[in-house]
Design a protein around this ligand. Structure first.
Ligand code: GLP
Length: 262
């Protein structure tokens, strides 16, 4: 390890003759080095790193900026740059925030941002398969893992299925557990779409990320015995989540070479 620098596994200085840009080489070296460090460890200054890797400070800055944008490092103004905690590997399955966090030994919490009852309207009524003038409960929560903001979830539930839902504690309790315990609604299937979106100003402030940071937008409709119970729009922090799915081969057969992508 270079004095006061990052742990080094390979060559210290970057290769000036490599076709790989210098800042990309420095990024790769820092990435290797921070693998050995605990989350929240501090990263040496640009000056120290520029000496360690034999490059200009501007090159180190570019590499650090990339790693901050990728969520591998984070900055605290006036204090420096630190190693981010690892991402939560979230299975794409019908699980709840509470069960995902509890399985990791993390305390799941929520701050209720809004809750009210209102007519579903045309779009949501279609998703929940109810008349447009039927009431739904709308609940928006900031989801917390050990008090750290992780996601914003806006949930819509037909009021007829869960009449007194808004008088239940959704701050410290799981919505899914509440639906089951209070209303006998066991969620057994669902559909989810996932896309990337940049965070707007209010979301960024609530989640404590820079404006424009990538978020994972998940839209889910869950059902109980074939009946839609919940339509939820979740915005997960892209710097804290990695979605994982197991893959199986489609049953319609055919060799990969013959199948066309549509
Ligand atoms: C996850 C899902 C949401 C679901 C929520 C329920 O976060 N993405 O669609 O509404 O879990 O979580 P809980 O039961 O902890 O309130």
């Amino acid at each position: 390890m270079a004095a006061d620098g990052l742990p080094s596994h390979g060559p210290g200085s970057v290769d000036p003759h490599s076709p790989v840009p210098k800042h990309a080489q420095v990024r790769a070296r820092i990435l290797d080095a921070i693998d050995d460090l605990e989350p929240h460890s501090s990263v040496p200054s640009e000056r120290v790193l520029s000496t360690q890797y034999g490059v200009a400070r501007m090159t180190v800055r570019q590499a650090l900026e990339l790693l901050v944008a990728e969520g591998r490092l984070y900055r605290v103004p006036g204090r420096g740059t630190f190693v981010s905690p690892g991402k939560v590997r979230l299975p794409v399955r019908l699980t709840s925030f509470t069960s995902d966090m509890t399985a990791r030994g993390v305390h799941a919490g929520a701050r209720v941002l809004e809750q009210r009852t209102a007519p579903a309207g045309r779009l949501i009524s279609k998703l929940l398969e109810i008349p447009a003038d039927a009431n739904i409960h709308i609940i928006e929560r900031l989801r917390l893992a050990d008090e750290v903001p992780m996601a914003i979830e806006r949930t819509h539930v037909p009021a007829a299925l869960a009449p007194h839902l808004l008088s239940c504690d959704l701050q410290d309790s799981s919505l899914y557990e509440t639906l089951e315990r209070e209303f006998g609604l066991v969620l057994d299937a669902g559909e989810e779409s996932i896309e990337a979106v940049p965070s707007g100003t209010p979301e960024a402030e609530l989640l404590g990320v820079p404006r424009g940071s990538p978020l994972l937008l998940l839209e889910r409709v869950t059902t109980s015995a074939g009946r839609p119970v919940e339509y939820v729009v979740s915005r997960y922090r892209g710097d804290r989540y990695q979605l994982r799915a197991s893959l199986d081969v489609p049953t319609d057969g055919g060799a990969f070479t013959r199948r066309r992508l549509v």
